[in-house]
Ligand binder design. Structure first.
Ligand code: DGL
Length: 288
């Protein structure tokens, strides 16, 4: 390992996702650890990850975390993406010299909440078809009193990435995915992709008041706080949030502003740094 990549005990927390979705986890992290410095990479040029194979997602994840460790000496990594966790969490845990927090659809809390015994799980094709997710379901199907209805949602991460969170087309897509689950009796929907909380108002409007929506952003932030919040618990000084995108900087910044709201203030968030993929390696474009 090159000297620069030795993690610093007081280093920042590195977070990544295929694009903007992981910022829904970052806002929970900021709420719980306001003083922590966070370095975020949104791999927007590869979004959506849901359409890539596991080997490709593992390679992206390894290179992004190498960048976070080499450049920033992060002391821990949060994989703010269900799809990347399914494909790469084991490899990252094995290879990285720092703790790795991953995330998975909230199957267990949903099973505890449902009254009809039917839970809809909205996630990417990559997450739903992974061995990791199959193992998760097997653990919580239990005695068979809860039925899990799997619903892949292609097109929703793209709607978030492209700033189309509340268009009629995106609503039609949400209706196409959610209404059949309701027709089958689901009273609980798991938002199993970090992009979906951005669409929460739309999903809630389509699902109606009797349906519970569950996502894992807050739980992942709690886990990260338990592992990483050792330096400045309770501090009032906002920690710095440094954003990187491999895609269009302007579009990314617009999406980040919408997701982070006032949390973006006092954190020197903008401009976001532009990163480039060159022969499988991440580099800065020289302007940041
Ligand atoms: N945000 C990601 C997740 O939690 C993936 C969305 C995508 O890029 O397909 O699964």
């Amino acid at each position: 390992m090159p000297p620069g990549s030795v993690p610093a005990l007081d280093g920042p927390i590195g977070v990544f996702d295929s694009g903007l979705g992981g910022l829904t986890v970052v806002r929970e992290m900021i709420a719980q650890m306001p003083g922590e410095a966070i370095i975020y990479v949104g791999d927007s040029c590869h979004a959506p990850y849901g359409t890539h194979g596991e080997a490709a997602i593992r390679a992206f994840s390894l290179e992004i975390t190498r960048f976070l460790l080499d450049r920033y000496r992060c002391r821990g990594i949060v994989v703010a993406c269900n799809t990347a966790t399914s494909a790469a969490a084991e490899t990252l845990r094995f290879q990285l010299p720092v703790p790795v927090v991953g995330m998975e659809p909230a199957v267990k809390p949903a099973a505890a909440v449902t009254k009809t015994g039917k839970v809809g799980i909205l996630a990417t094709v990559g997450t739903l078809s992974s061995a990791r997710f199959a193992a998760l379901l097997t653990r919580f199907e239990g005695d068979g009193t809860v039925e899990f209805l799997m619903q892949p949602c292609p097109g929703l991460p793209e709607a978030v990435e492209e700033g189309r969170a509340d268009t009629p087309e995106t609503r039609a897509l949400v209706e196409k995915y959610v209404l059949p689950l309701l027709a089958q009796g689901a009273d609980t929907l798991v938002l199993g992709c970090t992009h979906y909380p951005v669409l929460r108002p739309l999903i809630a409007a389509v699902a109606g008041p009797g349906v519970t929506l569950i996502d894992t952003g807050a739980a992942v932030a709690r886990r990260a706080a338990a592992l990483f919040d050792i330096r400045r618990p309770g501090t009032k000084t906002p920690g710095r949030l440094t954003l990187h995108t491999t895609g269009d900087r302007h579009a990314f910044e617009g999406g980040a502003r919408a997701i982070l709201g006032e949390m973006a203030e006092n954190r020197e968030v903008f401009p976001a740094c532009k990163l480039l993929w060159r022969n499988g390696e991440l580099t800065t474009d020289g302007t940041n």
